[in-house]
Design a protein around this ligand. Structure first.
Ligand code: ATP
Ligand code: MG
Length: 691
């Protein structure tokens, strides 16, 4: 019995679902029903007899999202549609055509580039220490997904301000040596799966014809995170056809460090001028309180898209909470305790999630939940003690303990783990290389914490690791989800905890350029918008108990909550417990000294103002009034909240500093290229007429 696939869609979603021919693009914010619209569109195409399910391919970015979409399609009575990641779809096609491409067996896919890159680096007489090797490996990955070879690598890196692990000609030499070593051994790597598939479709008309007749209708979810290599694959699948539906949210671009770009999404209409374009703003997922916070976080960014402001369709609900704790251990314990309270009050464990910025943060949480007797399920990441590098580390530590170790425990552990790539400094990159390093750091930190308690005994440390691993391994059928923000993309839970909402973690310490910080802001936005009913944000002032309390509340939250306050003082509209400000707080980076007293500035508000809260400043009051009035009119005509145009602090900063040209205006935090283009001229006119 076919189900009416159009029932349960709003007008805009329905417009998308009914556009069954030609290109379609849906641009919309989090929780507005993008995934729902495309799933129903596929179902409608099938039930209306317009699309053949067996010739329909839907692509998503994670295996888990693919599973979710398959389930939803089944629920709509649709069978036979292929829902896969780009990688899985390419791998399947490649395996199928392999006998025709080459006589031999299908090659093994390299699980990690490290060994071959080390070999290549040594052939090129470059250092082969683990830090260099992992940075080179991530440069090679980046070059491959961006389809760069030869001099283009250096040129693009220079254009993006990306620092390579070695000078560009040397990186190119390593790349050639690596590719050579790989093909000599008959291996392929992760990116090759896509590259070889693209090559096969480009060069073999017979294979291209076959693939194109097998797949007629294409859908891509989370299209803001497509990289040039994936886009090439989509292009060769399509050939000269245009039956493709893409959906995405530029504000949720969280993979640009690997080469993904929202340009394909935002430029879709340029490429296909006839495309049906649909925009959704009604957020069905989250309560007005959560949506307001999400809008503020993204809206305070210099490049927020005003056309993606979310409007909650839900009933009012409790405010998100923001809690400060002394250290990570305390934070994890308190989150576990609150999760326990939810369970005790009848909320099922699967309706709760704890999200973190980097996988290494999960070790602490896993432990606290185990102690509180709350079962957990890890998403997109293995349990800490199941990770390959952690298992290897424990094996090595066990060996060292047997061999008899004598020094202080942390030194012993560092010595063993440096053979595996532990270094005091973090790698420059994100991704797998970084995650591995973070796991090793988590073990070193644990050794530092336990050194005294364990009398510096490596044997006792290994026994402790074993018992922690045991504690985490109770089999679970249902549990609280622990996931990195990246792995949580596209998913939703009634109750969400976001831990580590501090400077250094969100944004991550190594986010240095403005672009990197904005990517972190989008991650914060993704995290917040996973919550449907209840949202709990938290952070810790120091990493270890008794450690130096150097952290401060994430600037993204500080700015968002800060603008909710009419005057300095207690936060209004947000439940904020604990002191929002750490003792001995420290500025992370950037030119942030007070323009009056030259002291360094701490909070987001102070940084925007360019002065300390306490320092006297002259405000052009008439200008401020005029700016406020202009903002009100602009917000009304664009139907967005006023703070989306500019926050109060930004207006105050303009009225104090009276910028006379674009450059001066752009120097005020919170005013990026997009806001400059949209509002710069008006604001400068106002400054000129009131100064
Ligand atoms: P994200 O940007 O996070 O991927 P999304 O835009 O894909 O979000 P969905 O996951 O499709 O959003 O939908 C969010 C929630 O809202 C889901 O629980 C979905 O069932 C619900 N929803 C979407 N559209 C409607 C609608 N028209 N009526 C009722 N509920 C809806
Ligand atoms: Mg979605």
């Amino acid at each position: 019995m076919p189900i009416d696939a159009l029932a349960g869609l709003d007008d805009e979603q329905r417009a998308a679902a009914e556009a069954l021919h030609g290109p379609v693009v849906i641009l919309a914010g989090a929780g507005t029903g993008k995934t729902r619209a495309i799933t129903h569109r596929i179902a409608h195409g099938v039930s209306a007899g317009q699309h053949d399910p067996r010739r329909t391919l839907a692509v998503t970015f994670t295996t888990r999202a693919a599973g979710e979409m398959r389930g939803r399609l089944r629920g709509l009575g649709v069978d036979g549609v292929q829902v896969r990641t780009f990688h899985a779809a390419a791998l399947r096609q490649l395996r199928y055509f392999w006998p025709r491409l080459s006589g031999g067996e299908f090659p093994d896919v390299l699980p990690s580039k490290a060994r071959l890159v080390a070999e290549a680096a040594s052939r090129c007489r470059l250092p082969t220490d683990s830090a260099t090797v992992r940075d080179l490996a991530s440069d090679l990955e980046w070059a491959k997904v961006n389809l760069l070879e030869g001099e283009a690598i250096g040129a693009r890196a220079a254009a993006l301000g990306r620092s390579l692990a070695a000078d560009a000609p040397a990186v190119e030499q390593v790349r050639l040596a690596y590719e050579d070593a790989k093909s000599t051994r008959g291996l392929i790597d992760f990116e090759d799966v896509l590259l070889v598939t693209v090559g096969a479709l480009d060069n073999r008309p017979d294979i291209a014809d076959e693939v194109r007749s097998a797949y007629r209708w294409f859908t891509v979810d989370e299209y803001q995170d497509v990289n040039p290599l994936q886009q090439r694959l989509l292009d060769v699948w399509l050939g000269d056809r245009d039956d493709v539906c893409v959906v995405g949210d530029a504000n949720q671009t969280i993979y640009s460090f690997t080469g993904a770009t929202p340009a394909y999404l935002t430029g879709f209409r340029q490429r296909y001028p006839d495309a049906t374009e649909v925009r959704l703003v009604r957020c069905y997922r989250s309560t007005p309180q959560i949506v307001d916070l999400a809008n503020r976080v993204i809206g305070a960014g210099p490049s927020a898209a005003t056309d993606l402001v979310l409007r909650s369709q839900r009933e009012a609900a409790p405010e998100p909470t923001i809690d400060a704790y002394d250290d990570d251990v305390d934070e994890a314990a308190q989150v576990a305790r609150r999760a326990r309270e939810y369970l005790d009050s009848g909320v099922p464990a699967r309706e709760i999630a704890v999200l973190f910025r980097i996988n290494a943060q999960s070790a602490e949480i896993e432990e606290a939940f185990a102690e509180a007797g709350v079962p957990v399920i890890l998403k997109g990441t293995e349990r800490f003690f199941d990770r390959a590098e952690v298992r290897e580390a424990v094996t090595r530590l066990r060996g060292a303990a047997r061999a008899g170790a004598a020094g202080p425990l942390p030194d012993e552990v560092r010595a063993v783990l440096s053979a595996m790539g532990w270094t005091p400094e973090a790698p420059r990159t994100s991704g797998a290389v970084r995650e591995r390093w973070e796991s090793l750091v988590a073990l070193v930190t644990l050794a530092e914490e336990l050194a005294t308690k364990l009398d510096d005994s490596l044997t006792a440390f290994v026994a402790e690791l074993d018992s922690r691993a045991e504690l985490q391994h109770a089999p679970v059928a249902d549990g609280v989800t622990l996931a990195s923000i990246h792995a949580a993309k596209g998913l939703e839970w009634p109750v969400v905890f976001v831990v580590g909402c501090s400077e250094g973690l969100l944004p991550l310490q190594h986010a240095e350029t403005d672009d990197q910080v904005e990517e972190e802001r989008r991650l914060a936005y993704v995290a917040i918008t996973r919550a449907a009913d209840r949202l709990h944000l938290s952070w810790a002032r120091s990493r270890q108990p008794g450690g130096r309390q150097t952290r401060s509340l994430s600037r993204f939250i500080e700015e968002a909550v800060g603008v909710a306050r009419p005057s300095p003082g207690e936060a209004r509209g947000f439940v904020r417990r604990g002191s929002g400000r750490a003792r001995g707080e420290r500025r992370q980076k950037g030119p942030a000294t007070c323009r009056i007293c030259r002291k360094s500035l701490v909070t987001a508000r102070e940084r925007t103002l360019g002065r300390c809260e306490g320092c006297p400043a002259e405000v052009n009051v008439d200008l401020l009034d005029a700016l406020r009035e202009w903002r009100l009119q602009t917000a009304r005509s664009q139907e967005v909240p006023a703070y989306f145009v500019f926050t109060d602090v930004t207006l105050l900063a303009i009225a104090e500093q009276e910028p006379r040209d674009e450059e001066a205006l752009a120097g005020i935090p919170g005013i990026g290229p997009r806001k400059l283009a949209d509002y710069g001229e008006h604001v400068l006119d106002l400054v000129a007429s009131y100064s």
